[in-house]
Design a protein around this ligand. Structure first.
Ligand code: NAD
Length: 357
C-alpha cells in the first residue's frame, strides 16, 4: 500500500539517495523537508524532483510551528529523520550548530511526532498502528575500537569522541526515551561511513577525487592507519527503507558494509582508479601528503551488521572495490554537479519547486 514518507534532510548526501530510491523503486509519496544548509543541494534530486509523488519543503526542523503544520497537512505514515549537521571537523570548530540541529532539532521532531501520533490514536487508530519514526544515526556514537579485533553491536556502550558523535548519541538517547516513556513507535539505525555519488566534497572520498583531478595535495590525517568500515550510499538507502518499512518497533539496527579499510588504503585505491580512468597526472599517489591528525581521532570503527541481515534479509550489494569504481566514474561523468558546489552556485538552485509550507 502506498504510504507518505516524511524524510528530513532529503537534499543531503544520504537523504537524497533515500528519496531517489523511494521515488524510483516504490509507490510511496515523499515529503522532503530540508533547510538547505551548505550541505543541502537540490541538484542531487534531479530526476525525482518533478515527480508528482515528491514534495520539497524548505524548512528548519527546529521550527516547532512549521513542523506541526507540516505533520497536520501532510499526515505522514513514516518519518525518516536524516537532517543533521554531519561533518566531524566542522563540529570541532563550531559545536553549537550541531547541538541545535542534531539534539534540539531531534527533540522538536519527537515532540511534534508524539502530538501527531496521539491524535492519530484517537481519530485514526489504524493509521496510528502503522506509524513509525525512524532516526538515522552513526556508528561514531560507539567511540572507537582500539584493538584490531571486535565489532560494534547494537548493545555496545556509547562512548562518543567528537562533538558530532556526542550530538548524535544525545539524539539517539532522546529517541529511546520517547519510545520507553511515551510509547512512540521509533526505530534507530547506526551506520558506518558512507560514500558514493552526490557526496559533498569536504568528505574524504570526494575530496581526494577532486583534489587529485586538480593536481592538488591529498591530505591524509596522521599516519592514515585509521580504519573505517565503508558502505555505499545506495546500499545504505535500501537498508534504511527496509528498516523503516519492516523493522521491529523499539529496535536498533547496525548497518555496515563489511568493508574495513585504512584511510590510506582508500586514498591509494582512489589514486589507482584515477590512474586507470583519468590518466592525466603522472602519479596520483605522489600527491598523498600526511597532515597533523585531527584531535580525538578515533582509530577504528567496525560494524556487526548481522542483526539486520538475519531479521530483514538486508546485505550490501557493493564491495568497496565495485562501489569506489562506480563513485570515481560518477565524479568523472558529473563534473557540472561538483563544479556548481565548488563555485557555490548550487545554493541558488530551486528547480522550480514549492519551497515553503
Ligand atoms: P549531509 O550533511 O549531507 O546532509 C544533511 C542534510 O540535512 C542537508 O541537506 C542539510 O541541508 C539538512 N539540514 C541540516 N540542518 C537542518 C535543519 N536544522 N533543518 C532541516 N534540514 C537540515 O549529511 P549525510 O551524510 O547525508 O547524513 C545524513 C544522516 O545520516 C545524518 O543524520 C548523519 O548523522 C547520518 N549518518 C551519516 C553517515 C555518513 O557517512 N555520511 C554515516 C552514518 C550516519
Amino acid at each position: 500500500m502506498a504510504k507518505t514518507f516524511l524524510v528530513t534532510g532529503g537534499a543531503g548526501f544520504i537523504g537524497s539517495a533515500v528519496v531517489r530510491e523511494l521515488i524510483g523503486t516504490t509507490e510511496h509519496r515523499v515529503v522532503n523537508v530540508d533547510k538547505l544548509t551548505y550541505a543541502g543541494n537540490l541538484g542531487s534530486l534531479e530526476g525525482v524532483a518533478t515527480s508528482p509523488r515528491h514534495l520539497f519543503v524548505e524548512a528548519d526542523i527546529c521550527d516547532t510551528p512549521t513542523m506541526q503544520r507540516l505533520f497536520a497537512e501532510q499526515r505522514p505514515d513514516v518519518v525518516m529523520h536524516l537532517a543533521a549537521e554531519s561533518h566531524v571537523d566542522r563540529s570541532i570548530d563550531g559545536p553549537a550548530e550541531f547541538i541545535r540541529t542534531n539534539v534540539v532539532g531531534t527533540s522538536v521532531l519527537l515532540e511534534v511526532a508524539r502530538g501527531y501520533w496521539n491524535e492519530l490514536l484517537e481519530r485514526e487508530p489504524g493509521k496510528a498502528a502503522g506509524f513509525r519514526f525512524h532516526h538515522v544515526s552513526t556508528d561514531e556514537v560507539y567511540g572507537d575500537l582500539d584493538d584490531r579485533q571486535g565489532l560494534f553491536t547494537e548493545s555496545t556502550p556509547y562512548a562518543p569522541s567528537s562533538p558530532y558523535a556526542a550530538s548524535k548519541a544525545s539524539a539517539d538517547h532522546l529517541v529511546r526515551a520517547w519510545q520507553r516513556t511515551y510509547g512512540l513507535p521509533t526505530l534507530i539505525t547506526n551506520c558506518s561511513n558512507n560514500y558514493g555519488s552526490h557526496h559533498f566534497p569536504e568528505k574524504l572520498i570526494p575530496l581526494m577525487i577532486l583534489n587529485a583531478l586538480a593536481g592538488k595535495p591529498l591530505p591524509v590525517y596522521g599516519d592514515g592507519q585509521q580504519v573505517r568500515d565503508w558502505l555505499h550510499v545506495e546500499d545504505h538507502a535500501r537498508a534504511l527503507i527496509r528498516v523503516a518499512s519492516d523493522g521491529r518497533v523499539g529496535e536498533t539496527y547496525n548497518i555496515g558494509g563489511h568493508n574495513e579499510k585504512t584511510n590510506l588504503a582508500v586514498v591509494e585505491a582512489i589514486c589507482d582508479l584515477l590512474q586507470e580512468l583519468a590518466p592525466s597526472h603522472r602519479s596520483y599517489r605522489d600527491l598523498i601528503t600526511f597532515v597533523d591528525d585531527r584531535p580525538g581521532h578515533d582509530r577504528r570503527y567496525a560494524i556487526d551488521a548481522g542483526k539486520i541481515a538475519r531479521e530483514l534479509g538486508w546485505v550490501p550489494h557493493e564491495t568497496l572495490e565495485s562501489g569506489l569504481r562506480k563513485t570515481v566514474e560518477w565524479y568523472l561523468r558529473n563534473q557540472s554537479w561538483w563544479r556548481r558546489v565548488q563555485e557555490g552556485r548550487y545554493q541558488g538552485q530551486r528547480l522550480g519547486l514549492a519551497d515553503t509550507v
